[in-house]
Ligand binder design. Structure first.
Ligand SMILES: [Zn+2]
Length: 172
């Protein structure tokens, strides 16, 4: 007899809403995610660390996961993390900067992070890391991450104007 499916508990991630089989495991120190969601994220990262061709994709993965798990503004660290990762998504997707260029720009923008305000996250997300993990390490890895990043940036549309303005104001 195999395990009864009724015994498998599903966990809903408090950050992105992904429904995954519940597991016991580590989560990030300040990003709010279920253990199962964090495991899916680290699975995707593992493929990116082992393939230098996926380095540009890696930054999008980190930014997208971070803005989906920034919590409810409980700490300044979360507020700043969410704001900075949204700014980097804007640079890569809204301004089409290369990942390397957007990274260099971010190093300068980081010094203004104290001015970032809390941005209430979207009610729900179109895609989560659970939609990407099945493709991790395969030929569609980069495409799926980009799809996830673009959908997530679109989900944050209520705050596009703020992020765009904050980023452009501090660019020089
Ligand atoms: Zn999640």
């Amino acid at each position: 007899m195999g395990p009864d499916v009724r015994d498998i508990k599903v966990s809903t991630c408090p950050g992105c809403g992904a429904c995954l089989p519940e597991i016991a495991g580590p989560t990030h120190s300040y990003m709010t995610s279920s253990a199962a969601c964090f495991e899916a994220f680290t699975d995707v990262l593992a493929f990116e660390y082992s393939d230098s061709a996926l380095l540009p994709t890696h930054r999008l993965t980190v930014d997208t996961f971070a803005v989906q798990h920034g919590g409810g503004g409980e700490t300044r660290r979360q507020v700043q993390s969410t704001g900075l990762h949204l700014a980097r998504l804007y640079l890569q997707l809204g301004r089409n900067l290369t990942p390397q260029d957007s990274n260099n720009v971010m190093l300068g923008l980081g010094q203004y992070k104290a001015s970032l305000i809390y941005l209430a996250p979207p009610q729900s997300y179109t895609m989560t890391v659970s939609d990407v993990r099945p493709f991790a390490g395969g030929p569609q890895h980069a495409t799926k991450v980009r799809e996830w990043a673009k959908a997530t940036w679109a989900d944050w549309q209520d705050h596009h104007a703020y992020i765009q303005d904050w980023t452009e104001r501090h660019l020089r």
